[in-house]
Write a protein that binds this ligand. Structure first.
Ligand code: AMP
Length: 398
């Protein structure tokens, strides 16, 4: 069955058409600047030429109409008609406590996703617009919601509660939810396969290090802790997000800089992380690596602080799980950054990690990058959130 995977943002939409039997991507692309002047669609059929077209997209319905036109185009399309698309899988950012698994989309599910809008005001409304647009254009095609938060719903209370008055949890559900769940789930399962071990019998730490970054502890096939919280701002230092800080800094900076709390939080989301630490050099690790090669003190500071925080989280998850069998690196930086992996693993000698430097320099494949003697295994597993969404979708609509 062909599954259309949709990842809808407020002004962008990523898509992939995946054959659920062969698990191959048949076509993929991106709509950008939806509702803004200069909208563009990029469409790439597998094995064909990538095309980029600038065309008006006043809303998401028009964007999805263009995606469906591209997929069914006589010359460059990959399917003859929309009947060849068996289901649509939607990435939904926040499922609150309601969704512990993916769900077939119906009116009740849509209403429950809406109830989570408060928890992800930038993402969930955009995800819902994507659902609505697909409903209009493909009214009889089944759709599935796959939640970023669902995999983390197995966390025990002591891992998800904050040390604040319990009534805020009761009244507003203020707690740790965690994100990137589809990636943490996919990568941890794949690691068990690569190691040839039983997933239910492993203690795995997944480091999803991209522009947004998070770590999770997966014990016996279940997530027991993760670094992102009520929102994706908590945890690791990221491209532009601060990660963990003393919450009193917000009021302190608001007073010093004459900003509102909202403005400070905006700084924490958009101007902090390695971008802020490197004094504005870059949020992109390729630039930081170039800076390191030139001994640039801003790049060194950002890189060292980022890696220290990753190592510290891994250490704390060794305590949470009473040991670690395997550490996985994934996403843009995790998959492509041998320097970051080296810096992090250097700090984890107590876990008996011995990196194989030749393997650490390889890219683009599932790999164990430690020596056979290494007590804790370290792996690089390229994440594939779209495939994970397609799998979940196919399993539910079958
Ligand atoms: P993601 O959010 O997973 O798409 O990751 C995006 C980030 O990965 C970029 O901002 C870069 O910092 C990083 N990245 C991508 N390619 C490389 C590379 N070849 N070397 C180091 N970092 C990379």
């Amino acid at each position: 069955m062909n599954i259309l995977v949709i990842n809808c943002g407020s002004s962008s939409l990523k898509f992939q058409l995946i054959d659920s039997e062969s698990e191959k991507c048949i076509a993929k692309g991106l709509c950008e600047r939806i509702g803004i002047e200069g909208s563009m669609i990029t469409y790439a059929p597998e094995g064909g030429e990538k095309e980029k077209t600038t065309t008006p997209m006043p809303d998401h319905t028009e964007a999805i109409r263009l995606v469906l036109n591209a997929l069914t185009n006589e010359k460059t399309g990959v399917v003859k008609s929309l009947d060849e698309i068996g289901a649509v899988g939607h990435r939904i950012v926040h499922g609150g406590e309601k969704f512990t698994y993916s769900a077939i989309i119906n009116d009740e599910v849509i209403a429950a996703i809406k109830e989570c809008n408060d928890l992800a005001p930038l993402h969930n409304p955009a995800n819902l617009i994507g659902i609505d647009a697909c409903k209009t254009l493909m009214p009889t095609t089944p759709m599935v919601a796959v939640f970023d938060t669902a995999f983390h719903q197995t966390m025990p209370e002591e891992a998800y509660l904050y040390g604040i008055p319990y009534e805020y949890y009761e009244k507003y559900k203020v707690r740790r939810y965690g994100f990137h769940g589809t990636s943490h789930s996919y990568v941890s399962k794949r690691a068990a396969e690569v190691l040839g071990e039983d997933y239910e019998n492993l203690k795995i730490v997944v480091c999803h290090l991209g522009n947004g970054s998070s770590v999770s502890a997966v014990k016996n096939g279940k997530c027991v802790d993760t670094s992102m919280g009520l929102t994706p701002l908590e945890g690791l230092i990221m491209g532009t997000r601060s990660g963990d800080i003393d919450p009193a800094i917000i009021e302190f900076l608001a007073n010093k800089e004459g900003m509102t709390a909202q403005e400070v939080v905006n700084v924490l989301n958009k101007k902090s992380g390695v971008l802020g630490l490197s004094a504005g050099l870059s949020s992109d690790f390729r630039d930081l690596e170039d800076g390191l090669a030139k001994n640039d003190e801003n790049a060194i500071r950002a890189m060292k602080t980022f890696c220290y925080r990753v190592a510290k989280y891994i250490g704390s998850y060794a305590a949470a799980m009473n040991g670690i069998d395997a550490i996985c690196f994934t996403a843009g930086v995790g998959e492509n950054g041998p320097i970051v992996r080296n810096f992090v693993c250097d700090r984890l000698q107590f876990l008996g990690i011995e990196l194989d430097q030749e393997l650490n320099n390889k890219r683009g494949q599932d790999l164990v990058i430690t020596t056979p003697e290494s007590k804790t295994k370290v792996l690089v597993i390229p994440t594939n959130e779209e495939l994970a969404i397609a799998r979940e979708t196919a399993a539910l609509v079958k």
